[in-house]
Design a protein around this ligand. Structure first.
Ligand SMILES: [Mg+2]
Length: 230
C-alpha cells in the first residue's frame, strides 16, 4: 500500500475473524439430531480448516448414509437453521483487533477485502452478520462453490478479477487464515499467506507450513498494518 499498489485481503472466518467458541460444531450436532433423528458425536470430525460440505460428508459417512452433495446440502440446511441459536449460546465474538483492522482496510482506497472460507455463503452471512461485520466484504469464495479449499482460492482470484480489475495479480493478494489449509490454498494461487495463531494452531505449527508471515494474534492491529505497508 505504501508503494501505491492495490492489495486484496482474503479473510478466513473461523479462528481468524471470529472465535465462535464451538458454535459451528454445536449447530452441526443439533442438525444431526434433526436430520438423522439421533446425535452424532462431533468429536469424530476433523473441523480445522474443513469446508461445511466436507464436514457434512463426514457426518453422512458416520451415519452410514449415502454421501452425496444433495444429502449434504439438506444436512447443511438443518445446520444453518440451528446456527443463530448456537452463536447466541456460545457468545461468539470477534477476535481482538479484528474490528479495527476491518475498519482500517475498509477506509484505505488501495485496500480491498473479501472472504475465502470453508463456510457456505449463508453460514458466513449468519456468523458475520451476528458480529455486525458482514458489510466489510463485498464478495467471497464459499464452500457452495467447491468442496476443495484449493478450488476456493482459485475461485477467489477469478472473483477478484471480475469484481475489481481484470489484471488482478496473485502477488497483490494476501490470504489470511489460522490453519495450514489456509496457507496451502493461498500458495496454490501464488498469493502471500498471512497466518495467525488465534485458532487451534500455534505459531510453531503454522511456521512449519512456511507462510509468508505468522502472527501470534492481531490484538495489536498495527503489526499487520505495518507488515502490509512494507
Ligand atoms: Mg479458520
Amino acid at each position: 500500500m505504501s508503494k501505491g499498489e492495490e492489495i486484496l485481503l482474503l479473510w478466513d472466518i473461523d479462528g481468524t475473524i471470529l472465535s465462535a467458541k464451538g458454535a459451528g460444531p454445536q449447530a452441526f450436532k443439533r442438525a444431526t439430531q434433526d436430520y438423522f433423528g439421533y446425535e452424532i458425536p462431533i468429536t469424530s470430525i476433523d473441523w480445522l480448516g474443513a469446508t461445511d460440505y466436507s464436514i457434512a460428508y463426514a457426518f453422512l459417512e458416520n451415519a452410514g448414509r449415502a454421501v452425496s452433495r444433495e444429502e449434504a446440502k439438506l444436512l447443511i440446511d438443518c445446520y444453518l437453521s440451528c446456527l443463530p441459536a448456537a452463536l447466541d449460546a456460545t457468545n461468539a465474538r470477534a477476535m481482538d483487533g479484528i474490528r479495527e483492522l476491518l475498519e482500517y482496510f475498509h477506509s484505505q482506497k488501495d485496500a480491498h477485502q473479501a472472504l475465502l472460507t470453508g463456510n457456505v455463503r449463508r453460514g458466513a452471512e449468519i456468523k458475520l452478520g451476528y458480529l455486525g461485520v458482514l458489510h466489510f466484504f463485498p464478495f467471497g469464495a464459499f464452500a457452495d462453490h467447491s468442496d476443495d479449499r484449493n478450488d476456493l482460492s482459485r475461485h477467489a482470484l477469478e472473483l477478484a478479477r471480475e469484481h475489481l480489475r481484470a489484471d488482478w495479480s496473485p502477488d497483490q493478494i494476501y490470504v489470511m487464515g489460522d490453519t495450514p489449509k489456509d496457507i496451502e490454498c493461498g500458495k496454490i494461487i501464488g498469493a502471500h499467506t498471512v497466518a495467525v495463531a488465534t485458532g487451534q494452531h500455534s505459531v510453531e505449527e503454522l511456521t512449519a507450513h512456511f507462510p509468508t508471515v505468522v502472527f501470534e494474534s492481531f490484538a495489536d492491529p498495527q503489526v499487520l498494518i505495518e507488515f502490509l505497508a512494507g
